[in-house]
Design a protein around this ligand. Structure first.
Ligand code: ATP
Ligand code: MG
Length: 408
């Protein structure tokens, strides 16, 4: 991993061309932030960010397709030969008025000023793919090599400016398997009141990346120790982080582990700004009936499946396994029984509501529901009974003993 390695790095042609086109038009332009970090780590960047001296209107003039994604922050998305490249104007103006820098700003100072407002040293590097130059004023390469998350300049100041950065530090440490540099870590509890003011939508984005990481257990532990977890998800403090790590990388299942002590899990998950579908599933998982006991019969397993419903059964099994409320063996058996697709709901019955009404000689009435529940219980106990003839016969035996329920 070195600056030289970057030159041979797999930067997509269209991304290079965007940088080159801006330079030909007389502007400064660099790849910057996460993509430079990921290239140095030998990872494939998820997205490509370009920093430039061109203002958004100039960028719009330089390319045919430009989406004004965040024009008030100086960001536009250039669509070039199928690639989407985020191009952001150097955002450095505010940081110049410190009396220590020359008033007329030169090339390097510009990009350096842009880099100096970024959060961590590893995220504060810029790369020029045409010359191979790596701008690294805060020794990001060194910290990457050492596996350290370190704030650019003063951590206390960085976190006081934007409280989300504290959570980002823990998120990057978790996802990359890095340590947080001592001063950076110490700044987190000191600035916790700033973190408390951050919009939950932003917190959620970072928390989700941490939670779905293979190192979620370590990440949650660090989050708790640094006082961050208690500041936005107090209900999760002291819960079983190891179980969370054992669960598959599924948002609902992992959140359900952390919501194990919540009286109203749905409200908590909604407060954290996760989608309603996630909140609903977490609540279903937390209120699902107890797992079938070890040695359960097939009938007991089918009754359990019918109560939790098939779509909820798989996450419920994953949660039960992670929380050690279920053996691997029984989970396999339950999955095998579910895979046979036994009749478990009224829709699966060989006799539909219409058939039941005709056979009983009634219109829509409570007795239809009663009859359906009766038939369902029969076929859950013995799926082989689920044929029209058998169910019709059972229905007659149970409900129409010479005096049928009055027809409509
Ligand atoms: P990921 O790979 O997870 O997307 P990333 O580093 O690309 O990580 P983004 O949130 O996409 O993270 O941000 C892109 C870049 O913008 C960062 O690398 C960093 O330089 C800068 N940045 C993002 N958020 C902040 C912030 N809150 N404060 C300062 N700089 C930030
Ligand atoms: Mg990114």
């Amino acid at each position: 991993m070195s600056a030289q390695a970057l030159q041979g790095a797999a930067i997509p042609g269209p991304v290079r061309e965007v940088v080159e086109a801006l330079r030909r038009a007389g502007f400064q332009a660099f790849l910057v932030g996460g993509c430079v970090r990921d290239l140095l780590l030998g990872k494939v960047p998820k997205d490509w960010d370009v920093a430039t001296s061109a203002v958004p209107t100039e960028v719009q003039q330089a390319f045919r397709r430009v989406i004004p994604t965040g024009i008030e922050h100086g960001t536009v998305t250039v669509v070039h030969r199928g690639a989407h490249v985020e191009v952001t104007t150097f955002r450095s103006e505010a940081e110049y008025v410190d009396g220590r820098r020359p008033s007329s700003v030169r090339f390097h100072t510009d990009i350096e000023a842009d880099l100096s407002r970024r959060d961590f040293t590893m995220n504060a590097m810029a790369f020029d793919p045409s010359s191979g130059e790596l701008v690294d004023p805060f020794r990001g390469q060194e910290d990457l090599r050492a596996g350290l998350v370190r704030c650019v300049r003063s951590a206390d100041e960085r976190f006081a400016e934007d409280g989300l950065r504290a959570l980002r530090a823990v998120r990057f440490a978790t996802v990359l398997g890095f340590e947080i540099e001592v001063g950076t870590l110490a700044a987190i509890p000191k600035t916790i009141d700033v973190f408390r003011k951050v919009a939950m939508e932003r917190v959620k984005e970072e928390f989700q990346k941490l939670l779905l990481s293979p190192r979620a257990t370590q990440g949650l532990t660090l989050l708790e120790r640094s006082a961050l977890l208690g500041a936005f998800f107090e209900e999760a403090v002291g819960t079983d982080f190891a179980a969370c790590g054992r669960a598959p990388a599924d948002l609902s299942v992992r959140l359900a582990v952390l919501a194990s002590r919540c009286a109203a899990p749905k409200d908590v998950v909604l407060r954290l700004k996760f989608p309603t579908a996630v909140a609903t599933l977490v609540a279903q998982l937390r209120t699902a009936p107890a797992m079938p006991p070890p040695g359960s019969s097939d009938v007991e397993v089918r009754r359990w499946l019918a109560t939790v419903t098939i779509p909820v059964s798989e996450p419920a099994l994953a949660l039960g396994l992670a929380e050690a409320r279920l053996s691997e063996e029984l989970a396999l058996r339950i999955r095998a029984i579910a895979a046979q697709q036994p009749p478990l709901t009224a829709k699966d019955l060989a006799l539909k509501g219409q058939d039941v009404m005709r056979l009983l000689g009634v219109g829509p009435s409570p007795v239809v529901g009663e009859a359906t529940r009766f038939l369902l219980a029969l076929v859950i106990d013995d799926p082989t009974l689920n044929t029209q003839d058998v169910l019709a016969e059972r229905l007659r035996a149970k409900f129409s003993t010479g005096s049928p329920h009055a027809a409509g």
